[in-house]
Design a protein around this ligand. Structure first.
Ligand SMILES: [Zn+2]
Length: 257
């Protein structure tokens, strides 16, 4: 069984003391690959270094995350493009997407968010990269922008929404990121949407160190717990775990080429 944690922030300071052990603990359980996310220009070098330190398992994306809006400036779009241009010149590059990007109603500076988000969609289209999307009460707005930018490959990170929304994203060619949320029985709408849309439209993720699973509230989340997400999903979809893991692995690898 091979597992891809398609969304984890292993470069964050929360893992500074035991990053190698955290990665090894996940690998012991079959979590072979990790996608690390760009969040701000000031973090790119560190992110690239961490993914280089663990080059047998870590891939990365570059992007300007709405959570860090206070750190972003409009000219960081140009910086992102320069990074991508340099990095993608290497055919062995482990940079596989533009992300984590999106719109978040709780983060402020809505105009700058819009400029950065749309600018990054344009860059992703230009470099033919998938996008990794962050949303908060912005799912439909994101879909409209993605359609306008003609982007047909990406992940809706931490999908939470209705079946109709899930189906619209699947139609656009996007995968839905399934993480700790589905381990909470109360997340009825999301669990229902994910069970109806089917495994071929899903990928696994943890968002570690954030988004703890049910039973681990208040603790640092870790990529090894993606196994528990897989088990919950296997129950929800009533599909055998190994068979499901194969489909999700294939989805992830295809998505990130
Ligand atoms: Zn994230």
């Amino acid at each position: 069984m091979r597992i891809f944690d398609t969304h984890c922030h292993l470069d964050f300071a929360a893992f500074d003391d035991d990053r190698a052990q955290v990665i090894a603990a996940a690998q012991d359980l079959g979590v072979e690959r990790f996608m690390l996310l760009g969040v701000a220009k000031q973090q790119f070098d560190r992110l690239i270094n961490v993914s280089q330190d663990f080059s047998n398992s870590c891939y990365f994306s570059l992007g300007l995350h709405p959570y860090f809006i206070e750190q972003h400036e409009e000219h960081h779009l140009g910086a992102l493009e320069s990074y991508l241009e340099a990095i993608l010149a290497d055919t062995q590059t482990r940079c596989k997407a533009v992300g984590e990007i999106g719109l978040d109603v709780t983060c402020g500076k809505p105009e700058l968010q819009q400029t950065l988000f749309k600018g990054q969609l344009k860059i992703a289209a230009e470099y033919q990269l998938p996008v990794i999307l962050h949303h908060r009460k912005t799912l439909d707005e994101l879909l409209k922008a993605v359609r306008e930018a003609s982007i047909q490959r990406g992940v809706v990170h931490a999908f939470s929404g209705s079946y109709e929304q899930a189906a619209a994203w699947a139609d656009q060619g996007f995968k839905l990121g399934v993480g700790g949320t589905i381990t909470y029985q109360r997340a009825k709408k999301t669990r229902d949407a994910i069970s109806r849309i089917g495994a071929e439209h899903l990928v696994l993720e943890t968002d570690a160190p954030d988004m703890p699973l049910c039973g681990y509230q208040g603790q640092r989340n870790e990529p090894k717990r993606v196994l528990e997400v897989l088990n919950s999903l296997s129950e929800l979809l009533q599909t055998e775990t190994n068979e499901l893991a194969d489909v999700l692995w294939k989805n992830s690898v295809e998505l990130f080429n």
